[in-house]
Design a protein. Structure first.
Length: 147
């Protein structure tokens, strides 16, 4: 579907949170190659190049996935479970960015292999700061193995 590689796959169903994340990444100069999907099923379709993404280049895997947990169709924890069981996909860093403050969600995320768990700050400035730090670390500092 898209021709260029994706640096960030943002999986978020809340339009306000999508807009805030995009603004924060743009403000930090990290908004060049972001792709947004709005539910867990669409995230899996994107990553596995199926359905409306069947023509997407499977070699263009995201550098990082920002994943909400409370998603329609397929929950974020199930998306995480599927990705971390897949030998090819499990090396993609997944950052849970969620409003959930439930300890069980955090524990389950780490058991499934999440790379980081961040609770969305309610305050706008704190949200922008958190997204900036995520983008800076995972896109600029973190190194992934070559395929």
């Amino acid at each position: 579907m898209e021709a260029k590689p994706v640096d960030i796959l943002l999986v978020e169903d809340n339009p306000t949170d999508v807009e805030l994340a995009l603004r924060a990444l743009k403000k930090s100069g990290l908004a060049n190659n972001i792709f947004v999907v709005n539910d867990g099923e669409e995230a899996l379709d994107f990553l596995y190049c199926r359905n409306k993404f069947e023509n997407r280049n499977p070699n263009h895997t995201p550098k990082v996935i920002l994943l909400d947990l409370k998603l329609p169709k397929v929950e974020g924890l199930e998306v995480l479970r599927i990705l971390k069981k897949d030998e090819e996909k499990k090396i993609i860093p997944v950052i849970v960015l969620t409003s959930s403050d439930q300890e069980k969600d955090m524990v389950e995320s780490y058991k499934l292999g999440v790379n980081s768990y961040i609770q969305k700050p309610v305050d706008f400035d704190q949200f922008i700061k958190a997204v900036n730090q995520i983008g800076y670390y995972w896109l600029l500092l973190n190194q992934l193995p070559k395929k």
